[in-house]
Structures are given as C-alpha cells and as structure tokens.
Write a protein that binds this ligand. Sequence first.
Ligand SMILES: Nc1ncnc2c1ncn2[C@@H]1O[C@H](COP(=O)(O)OP(=O)(O)O)[C@@H](O)[C@H]1O
Ligand SMILES: [Mg+2]
Length: 262
Amino acid sequence: MTNHRQALVDVAGLTMRFGGLTALDKLDMQIMEGEILGLLGPNGSGKTTFFNVLTGLYKASSGTITYNGRNVIGQRPQEIYRSGVARTFQRSRLSLPLTVFDNIVIGDYQHMQHGLFFNLFRRRAFRAEYDAYVGKIEALLQIFSPPLVNRLFEPVETFSMIDRRRIEVCRALLSRPRLLLLDEPSAGMTHDETDALMEDILQVRGKLDNLSIVLIEHEMNVIERITDRCIVFNYGKKIAEGSYAEITADANVQTAYLGEAA
Ligand SMILES: Nc1ncnc2c1ncn2[C@@H]1O[C@H](COP(=O)(O)OP(=O)(O)O)[C@@H](O)[C@H]1O
Ligand SMILES: [Mg+2]
C-alpha cells in the first residue's frame, strides 16, 4: 500500500556537524505521503537533530531536504512551520499554570511574526480572532480527544500525563500540518497510557487526510503496531530501512543496540 506513494520529503547527503562531532552523516532518506515512519536508533544517534534540522532550528552543514519542491535548508522555522511541518518536543513544553486553550494558542503564535503579547493581553480587542481560535481548537479536540473539549479553560497542571501529551499533539496539529514530527511522545508514560495515545494518533491520521507522521520511539511494540515503515540511525547514519520485521532482523541494528547496552 505504501508502494505507490510519493515522497513528501526527500533528504539527500544531509550532514550536521557540531564542532568535531558529526551528528548527521550524509543521510539519504525519504518520508512518504501519508505514512507513519518510525525513526529508531540508540541515544545520541541523531534522531532529534534530524527534527531540528528539518524544522529549521539548526542549519545543516551540507546536503538538502526537499519538501514541497523547495529546499528547507536555509528557510526560517516560521516559514517551514507555515508550509506544513509541525512537531512535538522530547521534553514537554507546556506552561502548567496556563489553560489548555492558552497553551495551544501560544504554540501557534510562537511561530507567527508578531502579535503574541498584544493579542494575549488585549483579548477583548481581538474578540473575533479569539473566537475563531476557540472554534478551531474545539474542532481539533473533538477529532483528537473529545473529553478535553469541556476542559479547554482548565490549567494544564490539573491534567494527567497522557492528557498533557494529547494537548501537545493538538498544539502541533493546530496548523493542520502535512507532516507531524513526534519526538518520543511516550516518554514518562505507562504502557497503557502509551497504547491509548498511539490509538489517538492512529485515529487522527485516519481523519486528517494525507497526514504524514514521523515517530521517534524506543518502545518496540509501539513501533511494530503503528508504523508503516522504519528507519534506523546509528552515529548519524542510516543503518537500516524497511518494515518492523525487516529492521529487527537486521544484523547491523542488533549490533547497534547491543553496543549501546554494553
Ligand atoms: N546543539 C548541539 N550542540 C552540540 N552537540 C549536539 C547538539 N545537539 C545534538 N548534539 C549531539 O549530536 C548527537 C546526536 O544527538 P541527538 O540528535 O539529540 O540524538 P538522539 O535524539 O538520537 O538521542 C549527540 O552526540 C549530541 O550530543
Ligand atoms: Mg532525541
């Protein structure tokens, strides 16, 4: 089923150096339209760096990332975000005393060029814009996590871990991205919570037409259950690519993980 899909993102010769350290090393890979791609690899293998380069936080040392027919390298984070690439972060970036609504709106405004403080503190003056945001967020929560709709104006600190993650995913989805990058969304959650979150993600993929997802995840049962395809990094290089069954049977992958444990 993935065979006929087109590449949404085409990465060629991508290299990212930090001083003497090569975090991404001549990486070639593709992200296909509509797929859920699992991104695996030992700690320090370059997974988060790949997201940081793809979203414009870091500028690659060399190579290209073609998305929408344009090279992403050199574009600003706002431009890339507006062209449909959204992410969550490995460590939670919610502001706990603020409400669900504020956290989700701030996520969007962070990427805008102006207006954050003015709009947040002068909501009345921007009633129409505010109402539009409420509508947009309610619609999104209705798709992603209906029980959260009635709690839109409660502070995030009153929510469970899994609901906080749901809020972060919703924040990323607010821009209706074509590509969603999830950096270890199950971190800090129980197995049951992780399963529930993955169900939500599968569900949302089914409802949002043609959304591609890249999932960095260590839990192999999660990878097996929800990915269409996997890529494994080690020391910034792609060492394996294929189905879950293919990559787990791969000798290079097994060595990479044993090497980490040793
Ligand atoms: N901003 C940075 N400055 C220096 N080194 C970095 C920076 N970001 C990542 N690295 C290094 O790049 C390598 C890859 O890191 P990272 O992409 O975070 O790995 P992963 O997400 O696979 O665990 C690591 O050796 C890490 O220390
Ligand atoms: Mg990481």
